[in-house]
Ligand binder design. Structure first.
Ligand SMILES: Nc1ncnc2c1ncn2[C@@H]1O[C@H](COP(=O)(O)OP(=O)(O)OP(=O)(O)O)[C@@H](O)[C@H]1O
Length: 306
């Protein structure tokens, strides 16, 4: 279990994390979502005792991470996959880590198999691809079989097979009762992996919501309807509770009525329809909408498109 309470981090006059409060529960994958620079990595670093909060608290299984006598058994993390001694082999890297943290030697072989690195375990890490480095980072995080697993953008730069592998691994860990907290800036990826979402922007909490709840609230659909009888069609669909946006001659986007209702009304009035399309925003669009005001460096095109 991860508990973050009123967590704040300032660097000079820059507030990277601003009064964050949330809980990450065991047994589910929780996605930590936010645009670039929103404070995800800073929050994760404070959670793991790598950065000191300006104020507030972040605890792992009831205590600050660094105050646990056996921190590696409490939480494992992948924060920066490149932060590995490049001269060692993968096997020796994990062996050294096991020796300094009290993990039995036998576990090294287990995690190497778990992350699929057995064929390259005796090769020097310096020659590893990004994907192999990610796998080694995850092997290090899981070495002590910790209760809590924290992964910062673990799918960054991976090929589709690697992405699928990490997704399945996270789900498997959660199904075995682990607390899995994973950051991403891609809503579409989190929709496939996570059950719960903590969304932040500019260091502040924007949403603490189940993925299904987010998808439901995001599916604010509109109906695109086209007819050669534009005026009659407009009169048919306009009314209290509906919004009718004229897109082009004879083409409208209607919200507040279903496609069935519009089709039935047109049929009853004898009006031909040449198009009747349900338009749903993609999850990525819904996420962008949610975090729109919290994006640090907004491009002009996004601003203009709205
Ligand atoms: N050591 C530091 N000194 C000064 N500013 C920092 C420091 N670390 C982070 N920041 C700033 O704090 C803000 C949050 O950064 P952070 O890396 O936590 O965001 P993030 O959500 O992880 O972003 P990304 O997805 O780009 O990794 C950014 O504006 C960043 O520039």
């Amino acid at each position: 279990m991860i508990e973050v309470h009123e967590l704040t981090k300032r660097y000079g006059d820059k507030t990277a994390v601003d009064g964050l409060t949330f809980t990450v529960k065991p047994g589910v994958v929780t996605g930590f979502l936010g645009p670039n620079g929103s404070g995800k990595s800073t929050t994760m670093r404070m959670l793991l005792g790598l950065d000191a909060p300006t104020s507030g608290t972040a605890t792992v299984n009831g205590r600050p991470y660094a105050e646990h006598p056996d921190p590696m058994f409490q939480a494992g993390a992948l924060l920066d996959a490149k932060a590995v001694h490049t001269g060692r082999t993968a096997y020796h890297h994990l062996l050294a880590l096991a020796a300094t943290t009290g993990v039995p030697k036998s576990r090294v072989g287990e995690v190497i198999d778990l992350v699929g690195l057995h064929e390259v375990a005796r090769k020097r890490v310096g020659g590893f691809s990004l994907g192999m480095g990610q796998r080694l980072g995850i092997a290090s995080a899981l070495l002590a079989d910790p209760e809590v697993v924290v992964l910062d953008e673990p799918t960054n730069g991976l090929d589709p097979e690697g992405v699928l592998w990490i997704r399945n691994l996270m789900r498997d860990l959660a199904s075995r009762g682990r607390t899995v907290f994973v950051s991403s800036h891609l809503m579409s990826e989190m929709a496939l992996t996570a059950e719960h979402l903590i969304v932040i922007g500019k260091g502040r909490l924007i949403a603490d919501v189940s993925v299904s709840g987010f998808i439901e609230s995001a599916s604010n659909e509109s109906i695109r309807v086209r007819s050669p009888h534009a005026n009659e069609l407009h009169d048919l669909v306009a009314g209290p509770g509906t919004t009718v946006l004229s897109v082009d001659r004879g083409l409208f986007e209607v919200t507040g009525l279903s496609a069935e209702e519009i089709g039935d009304r047109a049929a009853a009035a004898g009006i031909a329809l040449h198009e009747l399309t349900v338009i749903r925003p993609s999850l990525e669009e819904a996420f962008m909408e949610l975090t729109r005001d919290a994006v640090e460096y907004q491009s002009a095109t996004i601003g203009e498109a709205r």
